[in-house]
Design a binder for this molecule. Structure first.
Ligand SMILES: C[S@@+](CC[C@H](N)C(=O)[O-])C[C@H]1O[C@@H](n2cnc3c(N)ncnc32)[C@H](O)[C@@H]1O
Length: 255
């Protein structure tokens, strides 16, 4: 086997930390999984324990995918084997080249954040070039407990994402400015004045502040009003109130 592409990095993970992105994958990419006979999902870089890959398989079970956890660290691959349940769930060694697999969906979470920003484009290109036709890469970052998460979504063969999703546990969201610490690697260093992502977070934060009176009805109502205001400023928003109430907001990448 050729050497997997990438580097071994810290393996920090936590049960349930990827629930927000998993929920979104089921909602948004479930149809792409249902459209094929034997869908394949890769969890790239599952970390020191395979728990988030086990959870992904469980959360996507209704689409009957085969889930393969890929890790570049052979020790972590060996340690994950007791959690395997083939063909439903397997663990193998692999990197950005996806170990020769052609999945419909790749979830790569908290992997690129430990790389240099300069490595992002090549990693995206390698992963999207290995997807099945019509496949999707979901690449993002979250905090330790999964209360704040952001992710970029790229179709097969793309070098540029089509969307950016911000997702938070609303009951603990202080302000949308806190998303800045958890942006995907491609954006995290661009949160400086003059860059679109900085202006976007500032605008969203302003809407959150102005929506404070809605807080008496709970944080969901406040977030829904925040997104409505944000849209009224001219920002395109790709999802609707059902997703907003879950603390999500998906925007077209050009925004
Ligand atoms: C911080 S852990 C993330 C664990 C899990 N995805 C999560 O979000 O909780 C990052 C893991 O990615 C692995 N990794 C880094 N680069 C990789 C690559 N190119 N291919 C596969 N795994 C990689 C590291 O070895 C590490 O175990």
């Amino acid at each position: 086997m050729n050497r997997p592409l990438g580097e071994i990095t810290r393996g920090t993970t936590n049960p349930n930390r990827l629930r927000r992105v998993d929920r979104w994958i089921a909602y948004r990419l479930g149809p792409a999984l249902s459209a094929v006979e034997s869908p394949l999902v890769v969890d790239l870089g599952y970390g020191a324990t395979p728990i988030t890959a086990v959870e992904l398989a469980y959360r996507l079970a209704r689409f009957r995918p085969r889930v393969v956890g890929l890790e570049i660290d052979p020790v972590r691959v060996a340690q994950a084997q007791p959690a395997a349940d083939p063909p439903r769930l397997e663990f193998r060694r692999g990197g950005f080249e996806l170990a020769g697999l052609r999945p419909q969906v790749v979830r790569a979470f908290n992997v690129l954040r430990q790389y240099d920003e300069s490595a992002v484009l090549a990693a995206w290109r390698t992963m999207t070039g290995s997807l099945a036709d019509g496949g999707w890469l979901v690449e993002g970052t979250c905090d330790e407990l999964g209360r704040l998460a952001t992710w970029a979504t790229l179709p097969a063969d793309a070098q540029t994402p089509v969307s950016l999703t911000l997702a938070a546990r609303l009951s603990t969201l202080e302000s949308p400015a806190t998303f800045a610490e958890r942006l995907p690697k491609a954006l995290i260093h661009r949160n400086v004045p003059g860059e679109p992502v900085h202006e976007l977070l500032r605008a969203l934060d302003g809407c959150w502040q102005r929506s404070a009176p809605m807080g008496v009805f709970g944080p969901r109502q406040r977030w829904v009003r925040t997104v409505e205001e944000f849209r009224a400023l001219g920002y395109a928003v790709l999802d609707g109130p059902v997703r907003w109430r879950m603390g999500e907001l998906t925007l077209p990448w050009p925004a």
